[in-house]
Design a protein around this ligand. Structure first.
Ligand SMILES: Nc1ncnc2c1ncn2[C@@H]1O[C@H](COP(=O)(O)OP(=O)(O)OP(=O)(O)O)[C@@H](O)[C@H]1O
Ligand SMILES: [Mg+2]
Length: 374
């Protein structure tokens, strides 16, 4: 089976790496002008002129990037099976549509407002803070990633500056959640509606970028895991979804979960599954889109994923550490850029933390690894 991938970054690269043993071959279609997958065939095209050529090479199409022109994706779906669907992509690339779906399914979210001007932003900030929000987070409706297109306001007087900084014509303004921790759940739905769930991962961000993901978590009760599974299952079924879906959540002091956002693809907070689970998220996504049986999502060992951001650090020293698996994406160093990650596995959580601290010492600018469960 020849798989076409829209987007040609590291997620596409890792999909292909896990698809070769399944007998798959890959073609990538890049609309950004900076592909980095470097595996299989890549067609770079910002105009859509080479779409027919791409489509002629593949049996089905999936994507590894959600900020794709929807018209282009509709054209793809017209000619080849496309998973996840255009509808799922449309919802996930628009925070307003995403929140509306959460509301319709009664999946709890932080209070929010939609605004079209700096004045409306100031009044939404004032209202949400009057209702008890300690601050608000304003976000562009489209195109956000790695915390880009966002601003935190702790007073309505900051609205003009935040509006100018974000530079979009419509924003969503959310109450700032004083969460205990951020977690994510990754689930996979096959073509016949079968669903499997990975255990929740705890995620730590710094400057808007994910730095650490830890899974499985000893302090997640069955009730919390099931609550997260219930939410994502509803999302999967309501979208008749096929493939990997990720739901980012805030866990509050009373244990409850609030949905933040979702991603219609394999996700950075699921990279731990490459070395820590029976089947990786990448392999399971490929199994799902091809209508193959889904693999076990069971965790094998406690695993921590550490992102390599901006500078490579001492990768040779890292490879000398027990339990450290290096995954480099073949990108050059640049501030804030995801260059690779390290999955650290160990027999128990204490030894895992020891190894994670040792690895982080070899990464410039890595924040101190701290988790709520250890
Ligand atoms: N309402 C909120 N309250 C508190 N923190 C928030 C809120 N919204 C976002 N954040 C923080 O900002 C981070 C990035 O926000 P969000 O996930 O909405 O945007 P993103 O740019 O799409 O992120 P990414 O691409 O990294 O998933 C969150 O992981 C969280 O740490
Ligand atoms: Mg996010």
């Amino acid at each position: 089976m020849k798989i076409g991938v829209l987007g040609a970054g590291q997620l596409g690269q890792m999909l292909a790496l896990s698809g070769y043993p399944l007998g798959n071959r890959f073609s990538f279609f890049d609309t950004t002008g900076s592909p980095s997958a470097e595996i299989g065939e890549t067609i770079c095209d910002q105009t859509g002129a080479r779409l027919t050529e791409f489509l002629s090479q593949v049996d089905l199409v999936t994507y590894e990037f959600e900020h794709l022109p929807l018209e282009l994706v509709k054209q793809v779906a017209h000619h080849k099976p496309l998973f996840p669907s255009v509808e799922a992509l449309g919802v996930c690339q628009n925070r307003e549509a995403e929140k509306a779906l959460f509301d319709r399914l009664r999946i709890p979210v932080a209070p929010y407002r939609l605004v079209n001007s700096a004045e409306e932003l100031a009044s939404a900030c004032q209202q949400l803070m009057a209702e008890g929000a300690p601050a608000v987070v304003a976000k562009s409706i489209t195109e956000g990633y790695d915390g880009k297109g966002q601003a935190v306001l702790s007073d309505p007087s900051e609205a003009n500056e935040a509006w100018a900084l974000i530079g979009h014509s419509r924003l969503i303004v959310e109450a700032f959640v004083s969460f205990v921790r951020e977690v994510s759940i990754i689930a996979v739905r096959g073509r016949s509606g079968d669903v499997v769930f990975y255990p929740l991962a705890e995620n730590h961000h710094s400057e808007g970028i994910l730095r650490y993901s830890l899974a499985p978590l000893p302090d997640v009760t069955d009730a919390i895991q099931q609550q997260a599974e219930g939410y994502i299952h509803q999302l999967l079924d309501s979208l008749n979804y096929v493939g990997v879906l990720t739901l980012e959540l805030f866990q509050c002091a009373d244990g409850t979960l609030l949905a933040n956002e979702m991603a219609p693809r394999v996700h950075n907070s699921g990279h731990w599954t490459q070395n820590g689970a029976m089947t990786s998220q990448f392999e399971n996504h490929l199994r799902a889109v091809q209508g193959l049986p889904l693999g076990s999502t069971q965790a094998i060992q406690p695993t921590c994923m550490i992102n390599i951001i901006g500078q490579l650090g001492d990768t040779q020293a890292i490879l000398g550490l027990k339990g450290a698996h290096l995954h480099l994406y073949g990108k050059s160093e640049r501030a804030g850029r995801k260059l690779g990650h390290i999955n650290v596995v160990a027999d128990d959580l204490q030894s895992l933390m020891t190894q994670v601290r040792l690895v982080s010492k070899h990464l410039p600018n890595a924040p101190e690894p701290k988790f709520t469960c250890v």
